[in-house]
Write a protein that binds this ligand. Structure first.
Ligand code: 6R9
Length: 656
């Protein structure tokens, strides 16, 4: 990667020291880095002790047959027992596990650990009754209701790997996942609430089931939660109401201890290109990674913190940081069913105020949309309970970071910009709230126990101040074990690029600044080559977002006869900027020119009302590239809102 890359971002010189109160009492202090570096396996073994093991392991890591790792070999445990029962046995049964907030205002439930244990046990008994055995796959297609958590833990309890499919995915997307992992049972609901109105889910399951049947795969049972009360088609041979099967089941269930390497779940990555990959996570290492990072990176104080992760359960963040991490740690957390702006734009801040949330974890895309609405909205709420803020999913623009810290965190709160992936299972690169002086826009350094590098084409570490490919150089407990049913693709995708060194290739570009801190630039396929210069989409997006009229920006490289690729930008303006004025495009081109240099000047800037995003908030640049290169827009099935592309295309056609 050329030296010009990211010089703009690296000009960032704001630093935020950890607040003394957090630094003094931090769960992870600076010495953890040294201890982990001195003996990595001993450090991870120490973290695994956070869990309750039925049988202790006799070997920490088996890396005899890379890239197929085995962690805590010979150990046995039950993930559901670790997330639920052990807290009840320790006398904390009355502690709230979930403050569940429904989409309709005042539809709330507080669920204690004791209640959760009973419900998970009933569901485990019900699943067994329906014929689900150890190793059978169960698909979960539910809205953000407590039954989603219960279903996951019930599967884990009986050793049936779950695959949670995001409720916004289409019947086709569901069908391909059901087939790929040969799911025996699907757990769904009649529907869910979205922006005040019920929306159906069960019909998509019916359709997906018909589709898989025509391809020779049989889903045996569908367990249906009644959420909205809307009418559903019913097949007596297959469909079973949750309240019939679960409510009457016994709340006694003895969890069986499974091998540390027993499959826990398969999570399909949203896949910006190609067929979705079923990422396999197993039990002992994964739970160790989630528990350790949730405790260390968020500095969780079990008895006083109220934690809230806004991610959907159908995304890996919902798995690691709403279910397995926080529950293994006995945390009290908020779970919210709805969207941030329904029924009004302050809904999230209202929830933070009402529940006294102390740790809040969300995505840059959400932060930027709040920036766009203006600080008057959050300013109406008392959010003084917050002490730590987290960000995940994409690089956070320095402006968004500073706004988040300032407006939401009242300038008290460290912001942890956490880099990780579905594949890594848990946070890999992040500041530590009690140790690191945060730099807006940088994910900083690998956490203790993790070993990352930025390397060049040959796999050699680049010097400080240079860019390259982000790799993980040592195995870690929560690493993916394979791609479900496709070991070859697993090797090819992640381990062949730097096979000589045995590095895991994350698919992201990154840069080390002069201090050696890591700036993640985004997917390598989002890196453009303009006249032989490598330019990062993130760099130009950050420049655009630093303009006072711009709320959000997406940049793609479009084929160009002269320069190879040319920069095309799509921008959403801030509400107060109106239509931006006649010269808005010129003004923005000049701004980028000034911020980064002539080479980065966009050939084309399109002012648009929305950007196409996946449910996890990632901008689908592939679709924008189609628009920029005047092609027919490709597959939009993984978009959160598929009408967005029509909006964009029609705005452009009409010359706006
Ligand atoms: C957890 C999650 C993984 C990809 C990853 C990278 C991007 C995630 C980031 C980040 C910069 C961060 N990403 N966190 N980029 N800074 N803090 O998002 O998993 O959906 O698998 O996406 O997201 O490009 O490779 P997943």
């Amino acid at each position: 990667m050329s030296e010009e890359t990211l010089s703009n971002l690296l000009k960032e010189d704001r630093r935020f020291e950890p607040p003394p109160a957090i630094a003094e009492n931090a769960n992870l202090k600076a010495d953890a880095y040294e201890r982990a570096a001195a003996d990595r396996e001993a450090f991870w073994a120490e973290q695994a002790e956070r869990l309750d093991w039925d049988t202790k392991w006799d070997r920490v890591l088996d890396w005899d047959d890379p890239p197929f790792a085995k962690w805590f070999v010979g150990g046995k445990l039950n993930a559901s027992y670790n997330c639920v029962d052990r807290h009840v046995e320790a006398g904390r049964g009355d502690k709230v596990a979930l403050h569940w907030v429904g989409e309709p205002v005042d539809d709330t439930r507080d669920i204690t650990y004791a209640q959760l244990k009973d419900e998970v046990s009933r569901a485990a008994n019900a699943l067994t009754e329906l014929g689900v055995g150890t190793g059978d796959r169960v698909a979960i297609y539910l809205p953000m209701i407590p039954e989603a958590v219960v279903a996951m833990l019930a599967c884990a309890r009986i050793g049936a790997p779950h695959t949670v499919v995001f409720g916004g995915f289409s019947a086709d997307a569901l069908a391909s996942r059901l087939e790929d992992c040969q799911a025996k049972v699907v757990i769904t609901s009649d529907g869910g609430y979205r922006r005040g109105a019920p929306s159906a889910l069960k019909p998509a399951v019916d359709e997906a089931r018909a589709k898989t049947a025509s391809n020779g795969h049989t889903v045996e049972k569908v367990l249906v939660v009644r959420r909205t009360g809307q009418d559903v088609d019913w097949d007596d041979d297959v469909d079973v109401w949750w309240h019939d099967a679960v409510d009457g089941a016994s709340a006694d269930h003895t969890p069986e201890a499974f091998d540390s390497e027993h499959p826990l779940y398969v999570m399909y990555t949203s896949g910006t290109t190609g067929k979705p990959k079923g990422i396999l996570h197993t039990t002992g290492g994964y739970l160790t990674g989630c528990s350790y990072t949730h405790w260390g990176v968020f500095d969780l104080k079990r008895d006083t913190d109220v934690y809230w992760c806004s991610a959907d359960i159908g995304w890996v963040t919902g798995h690691s940081y709403m279910v397995y991490g926080p529950l293994a740690n006995g945390a009290t957390q908020v779970m919210y069913e709805g969207t941030p702006d329904s029924p009004e734009r302050g809904r999230w801040w209202q929830i933070i105020q009402d529940y006294g949330v102390t740790i809040f974890y969300t995505a840059p895309t959400a932060i930027r949309s709040f920036m766009k609405q203006g600080r008057e909205i959050p300013d109406k709420y008392d959010m003084s309970s917050l002490r730590i803020l987290g960000s995940v999913g994409e690089p956070i623009n320095p402006e968004a970071y500073v706004w988040y810290r300032h407006v939401i965190g009242g300038d008290r709160t460290p912001v942890v910009d956490t880099w990780w992936q579905t594949e890594t299972g848990a946070i890999m690169i992040s500041p530590l709230p009690g140790v690191t002086a945060g730099k807006p826009g940088s994910a900083m350094t690998p956490i203790p126990g993790v070993s990352a590098e930025v390397v060049d084409e040959e796999g050699t570490p680049v010097p400080n101040g240079s860019g390259g490919y982000l790799v993980l150089t040592e195995p870690w407990p929560s690493m993916l074990r394979t791609i479900w049913g496709d070991d070859e693709r697993f090797r090819d995708t992640y381990w062949s690029r730097f096979s000589k060194q045995g590095y895991y290739f994350a698919g992201d570009g990154a840069k080390k600044d002069e201090d050696g801190d890591i700036w993640v630039l985004g997917r390598v396929d989002d890196v453009m080559n303009v006249s032989g210069h490598r330019l990062s989409t993130t760099e130009i997006e950050s420049a655009l977002v630093s303009h006072p009229k711009v709320a959000e920006a997406a940049v793609v490289g479009a084929k160009d006869e002269d320069t190879g690729q040319a920069v095309c930008a799509f921008v959403i303006l801030r509400d107060e900027a109106g239509d931006g004025g006649e010269d808005i495009v010129k003004e923005l081109r000049q701004h980028v020119r000034k911020e980064i240099g002539p080479i980065a000047t966009p050939r084309q800037i399109m002012v648009v009302p929305e950007l196409p995003k996946t449910r996890s908030g990632k901008i689908m640049r592939r679709l924008l590239r189609d628009v920029a290169e005047h092609r027919e827009v490709g597959d939009v099935t993984t978009l959160a809102d598929s009408s967005v592309m029509d909006l964009i295309s029609s705005g452009i056609d009409s010359g706006k």
